[in-house]
Design a protein around this ligand. Structure first.
Ligand code: ZN
Length: 178
């Protein structure tokens, strides 16, 4: 294996949507465990939710959508104080309004969505404006998504992926209003 191949296959570190990251449990095997440091308290649990994760007492959780919805459906969903982050693969449908509602009702914290490559690289990420997923890697095919090029409320001007159906977005935004 050449050095380049090795580099391409190296896993990436999970990126929290904002700085600083709170204590975050990442339930996905595609990420590399970053060196544990006080200003980035992010821990990868490749096996998914467990007593160990619970004992870690995360303020935020990042996991594939199915796992998040599973936790949300529990009789007593775990308590997070900061956020839940749904991890998806390229081509997956974006979170539906109903799924966002489900996550909001169970956890009562902001929901973020990220599209992640096979080795954990961040391809697109929802920001604190919650108005689509900023494309983080140029030149990738984005069939199946709608691309929004108007500047985002967060101040960034990079294009964003949004659900194909605008009505879906309106309902999704309404889900946040309290
Ligand atoms: Zn933004």
């Amino acid at each position: 294996m050449t050095f380049d191949t090795f580099r391409l296959r190296r896993k990436s570190v999970f990126r929290y949507p904002m700085d600083p990251a709170p204590r975050t449990a990442v339930l996905a095997a595609c990420f590399r465990q970053p060196r544990l440091r006080p200003n980035y308290p992010v821990k990868v649990f490749p096996q998914g939710w467990s007593q160990e994760v619970s004992a870690f007492a995360p303020a935020a959780i990042a996991a594939p959508r199915e796992q998040l919805l599973g936790l949300a459906a529990a009789e007593q969903p775990p308590v997070f104080t900061h956020s839940v982050i749904a991890l998806e693969s390229p081509g997956d449908p974006m979170l539906s309004a109903a799924e966002r509602q489900q996550l909001w009702r169970a956890f009562r914290v902001p929901v973020f969505e990220q599209i992640i490559g096979r080795d954990g690289e961040l391809l697109a990420a929802e920001c604190e404006a919650h108005d689509g997923l900023h494309i983080e890697i140029p030149g990738l095919p984005w069939e199946g998504y709608r691309v929004e090029t108007a500047p985002c409320g967060c101040g960034r001007k990079t294009p964003r992926l949004t659900p194909a159906e605008p009505a879906e977005r309106a309902r999704s935004a309404a889900g946040y209003a309290r």
